[in-house]
Design a protein around this ligand. Sequence first.
Ligand code: SF4
Ligand code: SF4
Length: 645
Amino acid sequence: MGWFRLGAMAEPLRFSVAEMVLVVLLCLASAVVFLLRVWPIAKTILGAKKDVGFSISPIGNRVWTFVWEVLCQGKVIKQRPLPGLAHAFVFWGFLAFALVSLNHLATGLRLGFLQDTGFVGTFYFGFAGVWAGLVAVSIAGLFWRRFVVRPRWLGEKVSVESGVIAGLIFVLMVTYLGGFVVGVGWAVDVLWWTHTLALLVFLPLIPRTKHLHLVLSPLTVFLKRGEFSQIPKLEGDEDFGLVAGKDLTQLIALQAYSCVECGRCTEHCPASTTGKVLNPKEIVLGVRGYLNEFGVGSEVPLLEEMRDSEIRDSSVGALTMEAAFECTTCGACEYQCPVGVEHLPILVGLRRGAVNTGAWEDGYGTKLFLALEKQGNALGMSAVERDKFVAKQEFPIFDGSQEYCLWLGCMGGYDPKGREIIADFARVMRYLGTSFGVMKKEKCTGDPARRLGNDLVFGSLAEAGLKAFETAKVKKIVAICPHCVRTIATDWREYGVAPEIEHHSEFMARFADKLPKQKGESIVYHDPCYLGRYQDVYEEPRAVVAAAGELVEAERNHERSFCCGAGGGLVFLGEETGERVSHVRAQELVATGAKTIGTACPFCNSMFRDALGAVGGEQPPQLLDIAQLTARGLPVVKAEAELLT
Ligand code: SF4
Ligand code: SF4
């Protein structure tokens, strides 16, 4: 065997012809097995249905997301700093090693292009050596975490392949580093061949393990839909959502194969962590399992309950109706995922498939859809009740002369507490001298129908809403409900162009210096999912709270805020399994010791109102919307005092 050295100590290599032939054969075998294993996956992804409305532009945003999430590993490090950094070191080490690995195999053919005699080679071998040390330590740490610490959300199953891959990466690094200390002779031969074999065994293992994300995730991150929790448009009357394999799109298939099984989504899921069946990681792996078992184009239903009994015991057990309808659409899963998996298009897609085909049967759901269709509001009340409230509050009707249309929403128009919030917000608007009027008639934005997958009801509400705004010549809307803001601003786009809309926190924050400054009382602010994660509005409500008292943070805040349990239409369905999501969050808010809980969503407010009765203790904190926090600092004029009674 020829003599050679690794790394910075590398010398010109001399391999016999037999050795070179062996290197070529091993490389070919490794590449062929890799391609044979990756091809069926590529075929599945490419063979899936095209994503309606997918556009590569704006390319700038995609490039930025790619740089931040893939190259900088920003998201991974931000969400889980220590394991995230360890993962980032492994990733960056891989990049640094690409050249070294290529050179390593080339030396086996006497074609090595990096020599330690020149500055470039010496520098690069040393540079890669530093990375090799970091990667070895990081991979050992990650191995320890996965196999010894074993966080719950990684799942019960211990993945042998993950252990083997981690071992191979460790061997690759150690054999490289060994080249710096081993001189010439047989030890160098052993190091070279061990390194080579580890590299060539590693490659074909990738497609069969979660390490497939090494190949796919850069693509997945680059190609993701680009808007948080984007519900794709249906493709005509024959498209009912995700009913069977034939409905799975290329993006969904790509994402399913990219999942690295880290469990971040499950760790942050309010349904999973309160003992429900739903486990977002298993949903994604369920889609992957389905694709492996039935393939794209299959007519076999995705949800277990919709399948024939003889194929119910397949490997796709996580895809159940119960799981799909336990999702609050809080978006924590999608927000956390480091490889660009978008859970909500899948979960809402499955709901669509069940609702639009009539397979979902739920008493509460039916009642809700009927209320939306007949009364035009989710609470099922007569529109006359809203008229009476508007008259009592002496709200002007929007006639085009006012600056804002104040959108009441179902909660503000019909729910007693929601009405208090609207009344107080109207006081704030009056105090600030902003002119507003309310719609003469309002229908629900369709948010619960949209999230529950009823496209027919949602579509008719969206169209009616758009027409009403157009007729009334509304230019600017302000609303107290983040669900209304999101639905009008984003979901209605499928049907037309809605007027500009903002949340009342954004409106009030603009006038922060004019809001009454109140002293003393501690207020813990709860970030609503549909305001924070969905619309990236975190600081505006805090500015309003800070004017009304001393702002206190809950343990989970900003983008890590924990759901109240109401979203995704669940406030109207009831929660039967496990602990109540609202109780868990209310306990967390109470534990801060704050005198008041500040909310910025009438649904959160309603959920906590009930929860505090159960978990608030003897003296539960006061529960107020940010508009109420501001309004209580306003001088009460006589006419207003009468309205408030
Ligand atoms: S959206 Fe929220 S409730 Fe639904 S699966 Fe994701 S984390 Fe769980
Ligand atoms: S879907 Fe994303 S967050 Fe969830 S386990 Fe897979 S990679 Fe991790």
